[in-house]
Design a protein around this ligand. Sequence first.
Ligand code: ADP
Length: 747
Amino acid sequence: MKRIGVFTSGGDAQGMNAALRAVVRAGLDRGAEVFAIYEGYQGLVNGGDYIRPIGWNAVGGILQMGGTIIGTARSAEFRTREGRVRAAYNLIKNGIDGLVVIGGDGSLTGADVLRSEWPGILDELRQDGQIDEDEYARYPHLAIVGLVGSIDNDMWGTDITIGADSALHRITYAVDCISSTAASHQRAFVVEVMGRNSGYLALMSALATGADWALIPESPPDVENWEDKMCEVLSAGRKAGRRDSIVIVAEGAIDRNGNEISADYVCKVLAERLHEDVRVTILGHVQRGGAPSSYDRTMSTLVGVAAVEEILGATADSTPQLIGMKGNRVTRLPLMECVEKTRAINAAIRERNFAQAMELRGRGFQESFRILRTLVRALPHEPKPGQRRLNLAVMTASAPAPGMNTAVRAAVRFGLDRGHHMLGINNSFLGLIENDIREFGWMDVDHWASMGGSELGTNRHVPVGKDFYAIARTIEEREIDGLLIIGGWAGYTSALHLLHERENFPAFDIPIICLPATINNNLPGSELSVGADTALNNIVDAINKIKQSAVASRRCFVVEVMGKYCGYLALMSMLATGAERAYLNEEGVTLEDLYCDVQMLNTGFEHGKRLGVMLRNERAHPLYTTQFMADLFEAEGGDLYEVRMSVLGHLQQGGDPTPFDRILATRYAHRCIGFLEEQASAKSSDVTCIGVQGSDYKLSDIDEIVRRYDAKHERPKEQWWMGLRDIAQMLAQPGPQYRSKRMLAGG
Ligand code: ADP
């Protein structure tokens, strides 16, 4: 039987617990024994009680906790060969020859150093008589796999690291709060965020909050007198009507000459040159703290499971891998290549080779930086002389989804900056029918980045009959050259109808693009819709509160979540909350399922379980309703537990968009405006939909999208996330094969 050691090291990050839980449970599920190594490398060096078997139940109820329950530390001893010899000795004595390291680049390097020294250390231990021949022969190599725990998102080779999304949550919330007080007093605020060598948090939080300026280490301001430039932009913004100014500074921000740019310095510059009341807020460790976001819980879970697969498949010749994310997919890359490239970025910044630093950060980072530079402008660029100025229209359609306003704001500003007229259509297609349209100026969308709901107004009206004539007249009257529809299936269907009515109405011969925005995430051609992440966080927060309400009693909750016939929200919230079960329409519910679930609940509560959460998608079954299930469990549970039902309802649709949704909305909108401009300039008129597919953003023809849609169930025929079903199920309940007391209870 394989023995896997797992530890967290370096700076803590929200989501480390989720990764630990996944490693422990996936390891046990695959028949391995799992050992927790407490306090990082120091525990490895100390041995003894610092290395202990950890069981299924020991990692129960930790998904929602920040930090790491097995502790983390920095170890000077491990940096010495002597320390590493002790570490190897302790691993061998515990029979561990596979390590899952959850930490930053320092921690991952440390693991690789140990791995490369392993054969030599083994010889040394044998010669000293500390290990016997048998032990020497049994552990010829050490397998390692790395997961990146770092709120800074500073690792090359993965789009995102464990903790970065939660840190963005903290920053976004803080900056939203600061914006409102700043606007009341017409103040300027300088906000310092973490990131010594990485501008990710500063860049993305500036994008997400609609901040007015950001300073990052990888790309310092490209002019010598950047202070003048910054003040010019901020004061122009004031003149244009902004009531607040927010500057976000990464803690490692520098100028072109490599001199530090501190938050205090920026404050001084603003106060002296703008004669404004300026305040500094240093967010500090708040960014590391608190509960992990929904994304951090699921992403860390998925990379944790992949780490176990990797380590169990490792051979003597395998190169250590780093498990990360590329777009919406888990990826594996050689660990040391990732560490070396990360070091190269840091070196490039030190050597002031900023072009190389940006190059190594990758396309997504560069694109986001370009986007930010457009969005922070006080006014758009002047149109170029002789340029054809297009009339681009934007609307929101279907049910409201958090992030719709963010997308409109971004689209409006990108369009205006390229010299076009941006028209906002009120009330979805009704506005197009009634010619209810406004022309947007730059400042009209100033605060829209953080606002939930839809300021333009949205509804599910799909044009029919006489509507088309009215729409054609509006398009002609307003000389609309391209249309962006932000919304769900009603928007997509309407786009399709316009395409089909082109024969009758030549006015419809314009490019149209749909931007997926629905909390249900039920659109083909896009694995991620704007709004779904916010809904998931709403669900996860609600379930946290529900769980806390039950501390004093043994209770089972049946919680109903939205999604219509699409089980995305139910399954992803099962992964993020560790619920026992998710009932999905995709799978249906049988009497036998319910019977088994009653057995599972009863057995669990008989053995000391105190809390159960059963998630039910709102249309999981027409007759086995949420009430029915609650009644059934109540009746069958007898005195073992009480049952409560909770229908989460519209709280899932509301609230300010999460940073993830804001960034997604902004990046989608950027591509959409690019598409409309390109098409209109080339006199093309494609009707298309944008979406994340795997690791990239792609466009799909509307006809193709319709072919991939299951109209009866209002969801894609193929849903990528159904592949996560088995993982969710495996992590939720221990299978019968590893019911040994030691495995269940260790830790
Ligand atoms: P992070 O993992 O967050 O980058 P550190 O750089 O502080 O954090 O590394 C955490 C620990 O990893 C260190 O305290 C040390 O024990 C170990 N470590 C880091 N670099 C090395 C190295 N080059 N050789 C051996 N151990 C290392």
